[in-house]
Design a protein around this ligand. Structure first.
Ligand code: NAP
Ligand code: G4F
Length: 349
């Protein structure tokens, strides 16, 4: 029988790639989206799958809409990806982030418990749980030390997932995913901010790139590979929690340098440090040991750092070239404001 999957946050980076992955596996795919005044289905359109998805309106702060979504989709598997997912914004919206990113997990788990506890559940946990707890590679047993309202909300969701697994026997898994990027990444995240700016600078559309902490190190992988790990977790005999990472760590400075290298430019001539992009607390180092996922799921990353930077810069270059040639296609960048015009507590001049 055809399997049915419900993806919360299908309009986001991971939601779009996971939807494509599950459609390719023969799943019937349902996805929740928020009602917004301007449609934001560009990622699903860019992957050519928009017409193949069943859309259900739902908001994580509205438990009734979540219950309705699960009743409509009647899923075998729920992939809970929706969240206020930007760490920077969580300092500006700590209460909303707690409600959406933290309590949102419980609203879904509780709906599953009440409607059909046989539904398998994937929770999008994160390497941000570890915070500044270690300067060595971490695994599933390492201590957590969250360093942002986002990370604290995710830690709550992580524990609720384990609690529902142990208390009610729900097949519930936490994917502790380290940073994963792609040409579909949101423009506020540093990798895509860099690849987009590098493409514009190379084509003479922009003159500089303003960034914050260049010393922060992240374990960056390739998003299309990471969604397979989500699916693999729900195909196991027993529910469990897994680190998904590359076990390599690189600084924001290295990302910048590599990205400018691709277009034969010297990054130091274009990058300006701007205190508005520093966070009240930052996570300085993240590196994940994915041995458990390799052993139990047979999962391993293939795209490594240099290749990832190349994929992202080349994709943005191609888009801006097409745009300069007058082509129009599903894409986020032309409407994105210059970040220095966004006034928040952290970003006020
Ligand atoms: P993303 O691109 O920011 O997508 C987030 C999704 O959540 C979007 O579809 C968004 O809808 C939806 N959403 C936000 N607030 C909502 C609300 N109140 N009700 C319903 N939907 C809401 O994030 P992503 O990179 O795909 O990440 C997916 C998940 O993995 C997130 O939970 C994130 O925290 C977690 N994670 C990501 C990474 C990473 O490196 N990408 C690593 C670890 C964990 P709109 O399109 O309407 O905004
Ligand atoms: O790209 P970022 O905003 O990602 P961050 O904070 O690591 O969070 C992402 O990965 C998490 C997994 O570890 C996810 F859970 C989360 O949902 C999200 O997907 O920032 C990366 C680093 C930070 O240290 C930041 O301070 O880049 C530094 N950075 C330096 N200049 C900047 C900038 N970050 C952004 N967004 N913009 C800058 O101008």
């Amino acid at each position: 029988m055809t399997k049915r999957a419900l993806i919360t946050g299908i309009t986001g980076q991971d939601g779009a790639y996971l939807a494509k992955f599950l459609l390719d596996k023969g799943y019937e795919v349902y996805g929740t989206y928020r009602r917004v005044s301007t449609p934001n289905f560009w990622r699903l359109q860019a992957l050519g799958i928009f017409e193949k998805i069943n859309l259900i309106p739902a908001d994580l702060v509205d438990a009734a809409s979540i219950i309705e979504a699960i009743k409509i989709a009647e899923p075998d598997e729920v992939y809970h990806l929706a969240a206020q997912s930007f760490v920077g914004a969580s300092f500006e919206q700590p209460i909303g982030t707690g409600d959406i990113t933290g309590l949102g997990v419980t609203r879904i788990l509780e709906a599953i418990r009440q409607i059909n506890p046989e539904i398998k559940f994937y929770n999008a946990a994160t390497s941000e749980l570890y915070g500044n707890g270690s300067n060595k590679p971490v695994n599933e047993e390492s201590p957590f030390k969250p360093a942002s309202p986002y990370a604290a909300a995710k830690l709550y969701g992580y524990w609720m997932t384990r609690i529902y697994r142990e208390a009610y026997g729900i097949f519930a898994c936490n994917g502790i995913l380290f940073n994963h990027e792609s040409p579909l990444r949101g423009l506020e995240f540093v990798t895509r901010k860099i690849s987009n700016a590098v493409a514009k600078i190379a084509l003479g559309i922009e003159k500089e790139l303003r960034l914050g902490n260049l010393d922060a190190k992240r374990d960056w992988g390739y998003a299309p590979e990471y969604v397979e790990a989500m699916w693999l977790m729900l195909q196991q005999k027993e529910p469990d929690d897994y680190v998904i990472a590359t076990n390599e760590s690189h600084s924001v400075r290295e990302f910048v340098e590599k990205a400018f290298d691709i277009v034969d430019l010297d990054w130091q001539e274009y990058v300006k440090i701007d205190k508005r992009f520093f966070r009240p607390i930052d996570v300085n180092f993240l590196q994940g040991d994915y041995s458990k996922a390799k052993k139990k799921l047979g999962w391993e990353p293939k795209v490594r750092f240099n290749k990832l930077v190349e994929i992202m810069v080349k994709a943005d270059l191609e888009r801006w070239e097409r745009w300069l040639n007058g082509e129009r296609f599903p894409w986020d960048a032309p409407n994105y404001p210059n970040e220095t015009r966004i006034l928040t507590r952290g970003l006020r001049v």
